[in-house]
Design a protein around this ligand. Sequence first.
Ligand SMILES: [Zn+2]
Length: 348
Amino acid sequence: MLTELKREAYEANLALPAHGLVHLNFGNASAIDRRRGIVAIKPSGVGYDRMRPADMVLIDLDGAIVEGRLRPSSDTPTHLELYRRFAHACGVVHTHSVHATSFAQAGLPIPVLGTTHSDFFNGSVPVTRELTRAEIRGSYELETGRVIVEAFAKLDPEEIPGVLVVRHGPFAWGHSVAGAVENAVALELCARLASETLSLRPGRKGFPAELLKRHFSRKHGKAPTTGRSDRAATAKQRISLLCIVCIVALIILTSSALEMPGGYWPSYAVAALVALIPAAIGQRYLRVSGVLALIVLAYLIGADYQAGRDHDRLVKEMLKRAHQQLEMAKPNQSSESMLSPVNIPSGR
Ligand SMILES: [Zn+2]
């Protein structure tokens, strides 16, 4: 069953000592078949030299063994938690590689210091918080997965495909288990480079954000920085800016004394439609401006609606009062003479 998945997991496990990331038995790799929800993971206590593809243990996302004679790796609950929470991850790797583990033991994140790092990680590689005593005594491996997920509460695991578990070692993941191995190799290289850099120049920091963005985007193609897409992005920005200017102009117009046929509603409708454009296509700040413009419009529309209701109520009250006066004056005076002094407010 799932021979290909087991073979991929097997090859990834063998790649770890081949890359010098694993000493003795300190490491494991797993691959998932997302469609079936089944994970192939290294068995526990089997040396890399004796391992065969058929030894890979198949488990479901709850940890139940689907196929395999051997016990799955003791780190399995950590792998499963990462698969459950990082939906894009199709491979997970754990090692005790020397430099990354040194950062983990020191409780330090790996800072961005060069373009090697920027090519793989869009920011510092985070380090988890310490596990509590209860977490260590309880489901330790599952809790390890949970503190990793916690470290990514404000980070994108797709853009930073690795982490350091404090006092323990690195975990890396990827869109495939081969990709996860590559990220684990990169993580160790970045840790080594950072360590060397900081020993040459302690306290080195302040990597330019533009350079980080440029390198990460170039390799991952998330926000291409050259050619047609760049021009398209600029055009989008211009359209969004134009829309913002139109919205501001329309808001000023609708707030002024200008009456439009059918009241203010046509101009509100046009302004709302125009505001939707930057809200939908604009880049970050323009998108925020578009949304803010929509909020202001909503407020103005609400205020206008309320003013209209107040006006209608006032007119009704005055008409009622006039009618009462008319009723009281009926025996002696004509209704026209009583109505004339009543001052009915005009609409907006
Ligand atoms: Zn470990």
